[in-house]
Design a protein around this ligand. Structure first.
Ligand SMILES: [Fe+2]
Length: 437
């Protein structure tokens, strides 16, 4: 588990992880991965760092937690990872043609239950339908983000008015089925982070805003603020934004100016833009305890939309694949964010965000209590522990006909099925996106 520790509580041997949160944006974090020595801890304190992210499964903290009450693919039940991978690959090869609608499903069936789709919840468009429109909307939105960042970088006016149709399209998609655009987050190239991040933050903010009960007009305002939240970064030299080492005071001051530069770029259009859009951009790095920038606003003084964008901005940074680093799994990122309560964000906001996304967001690979392996394929608002799942592998890695189950409906013989463990799909060469519809 990854946990944020105050510098005063660090001990030699602890293993620091690179969470992917930008040092430039969170200067009080030590982001260089590695095993801490006494000297390093002293120098962290000396340099003014306040905290570090520690992997509690390694170093002196390892083994201090009670063993998880679950059977794990990693935990020695089967021979080794390679054998498991081969077995999984076999199981999935049998499933895959049927999953794509072209196979015979000869080995399917067994204790896995009836084939078919779990019924979509009332008013929700099935994911496979919503995905079609979402895919082209996603591409159009990425092209738009790329264009406005380029315009801003070259000192040209950005095409603000074009954001209207895209933002409305994103809201429509989220209203139909929020999982469509959310699931597309997972399949992008790592090197496109600069563009995809702006869009992902917009999608996440819209999903969260809807969960919070915002009416459509205000969702539009929130989504626009999210879309342009990092617009000002286009006016900061890439050499500073992507600098690997520690920034000088001057460089750091430049990074800290990106919210104000974004507002300035929009004001330069000379058009009427809602104040909430401007504050969402200006204050998205302000933090609940006053430790943010540029003004060190505290608590309720931070604009609500800026706080929402701040949370989803961190979540996207933590979970995104980067060229140099794998993203955290969704539940790991939510744990990190949970640890930011009171300091970075209000506890209420964090609690709601976790409820909104669910503990097992769409695309999570999970093991169920009947030992089947499944992909979380849909969220159940207000029931974060009970997602819709697509079961893809049976007990003892037996190939099965893929089928969907809504865990919130308490299906299954005897005890209702539940999720007992999240698995890292990357370790087993599984692409969950293939199994979500
Ligand atoms: Fe930012």
């Amino acid at each position: 588990m990854i946990k944020e520790y105050p510098v005063d509580e660090l001990k030699p041997g602890m293993v620091v992880v690179d969470t992917g949160l930008s040092w430039a944006e969170r200067p009080y974090l030590y982001a260089q991965p590695g095993v801490l020595s006494e000297l390093q801890i002293a120098s962290l304190r000396h340099e003014g760092y306040a905290s570090a992210f520690i992997d509690t499964d390694k170093g002196p903290l390892a083994g201090t937690r009670p063993a998880p009450p679950t059977v794990s693919l990693e935990a020695g039940r089967a021979a080794d990872l390679e054998t498991e991978k081969r077995l999984l690959a076999h199981a999935l090869r049998v499933d895959r043609p049927t999953a794509l609608g072209a196979g015979d499903g000869a080995e399917a069936g067994g204790e896995a239950g009836a084939e078919g789709e779990a019924a979509p919840r009332a008013g929700k468009v099935p994911l496979r339908v919503a995905l079609k429109a979402a895919q082209s909307l996603y591409e159009d939105s990425i092209a738009y983000v790329r264009a406005f960042l380029k315009d801003a970088r070259l000192g040209r006016q950005i095409a603000y008015e074009k954001s209207e149709a895209l933002v409305e399209g994103i809201i429509d998609s989220v209203m139909q089925n929020e999982d469509a655009l959310l699931s597309l987050r997972r399949v992008r190239d790592a090197d496109e982070y600069t563009y995809t991040h702006c869009l992902h933050v917009t999608v996440l903010a819209t999903v969260f805003g809807r969960f919070l009960g915002l009416p459509r007009g205000r969702l539009n305002t929130l989504a626009k603020a999210a879309l342009f939240h990092d617009l000002g970064k286009a006016r900061i030299p890439a050499a500073i934004l992507h600098k690997a080492g520690r920034l000088s005071e001057r460089e750091f001051a430049q990074v800290r100016s990106h919210p104000a530069l974004g507002v300035e770029t929009i004001r330069a259009l000379g058009r009427t833009v809602p104040e909430e859009v401007l504050r969402g951009i200006a204050e998205h790095h302000e933090r609940y305890d006053g430790s943010g920038y540029p003004d060190g606003l505290r608590g309720e003084a931070v604009a609500p939309f800026a706080a929402v964008i701040g949370v989803v901005d961190v979540y996207d940074a933590l979970t995104s694949e980067r060229v140099y680093r794998k993203g955290l799994l969704a539940h790991e990122a939510l744990k990190v964010i949970y640890g930011m309560r009171e300091r970075d964000f209000s506890p209420l906001l964090i609690d709601r965000f976790i409820k909104c996304l669910g503990i097992y967001p769409v695309g999570s690979l999970v093991r169920l209590s009947n030992e089947c392996i499944a992909v979380a394929s849909g969220s159940n608002s207000g029931r974060p522990l009970e997602p819709l799942v697509r079961v893809i592998i049976g007990p003892k890695l037996k190939p099965i006909q893929p089928h969907s189950i809504d865990l919130a409906l308490g299906e299954g013989d005897g005890e209702p099925l539940r999720v007992v463990e999240v698995l890292d799909h990357r370790r087993y060469g599984i692409d969950p996106a293939q199994y979500m519809v």
